[in-house]
Design a protein around this ligand. Structure first.
Ligand SMILES: N[C@@H](CCC(=O)N[C@@H](CS)C(=O)NCC(=O)O)C(=O)O
Length: 201
């Protein structure tokens, strides 16, 4: 498999999961301003959507969208318990988290990475993030990870978006459960391996 990524972007989530899963893979960096790949080549010829992450599967198909890629990878290695079994109630809880992280958290960061975003848009994004992170902080009370005691692919995604709070900046210290969670996930060897590979450790 090959993961198309940009260091520190949302592609870090599948990168962490590839490491957690112990699967064989390589990576291809993409410059999101020019849509050129490291070493040359137009990324839009690979993924017409133009954004990362994208995962080239071993049979040649291309899979996109963070929640789909994360669940695909988890299902390749069920013994690693990176996602609850398909069809179980817990699997829907995982999907609930992936949707929340993708649509309510991830997308609220857009104005902070978009040159020329208005102050009003940034204010709206910040207020959204503050409300939703406060709620997430409450959900983590007494839990090591989002689904309980087991790390899941949702944690790889939440960890990734939390890493962007430093750019806004938004102090995670105001939400002690989230701050402790960030440290806990960061300490996992697979997370360190992915961060190191992206030049971020
Ligand atoms: N819906 C997509 C969103 C992916 C996304 O937002 N990717 C960002 C980086 S974190 C990107 O490539 N942005 C460049 C662009 O949209 O042109 C997913 O879940 O994979």
């Amino acid at each position: 498999m090959k993961l198309y990524l940009k260091a520190g972007a949302c592609s870090l989530a599948p990168h962490v999961v590839l490491e957690e899963a112990g699967l064989a893979y390589d990576t291809q960096a993409v410059d999101l301003r020019t849509r050129q790949m490291d070493g040359g080549g137009d990324f839009t010829q690979i993924n017409a959507k133009g954004y990362i992450p994208a995962l080239r599967l071993d049979d040649g198909e291309l899979l996109t969208e963070v929640p789909a890629i994360l669940q695909y990878l988890a299902d390749l290695v069920p013994q690693k318990k990176l996602a609850p079994p398909n069809g179980s109630r817990a699997r829907y809880r995982l999907q609930e988290w992936l949707t929340f992280i993708g649509t309510e958290l991830h997308k609220s960061f857009i104005p902070f990475f978009f040159p020329g975003a208005s102050d009003e848009w940034k204010k709206f994004g910040r207020a959204n993030l503050e409300r939703r992170l406060a709620w997430t902080n409450g959900q983590l009370a007494g839990r090591a990870y989002l689904l309980g005691e087991e790390f899941s692919v949702a944690d790889a995604y939440l960890f990734t978006v939390l890493s962007w709070t430093k750019f806004i900046p938004l102090d995670l210290g105001q939400w002690p459960n989230l701050a402790a969670y960030q440290q806990r996930v960061a300490a996992r060897p697979a997370v360190q391996a992915a961060l190191k590979a992206e030049g971020l450790a």
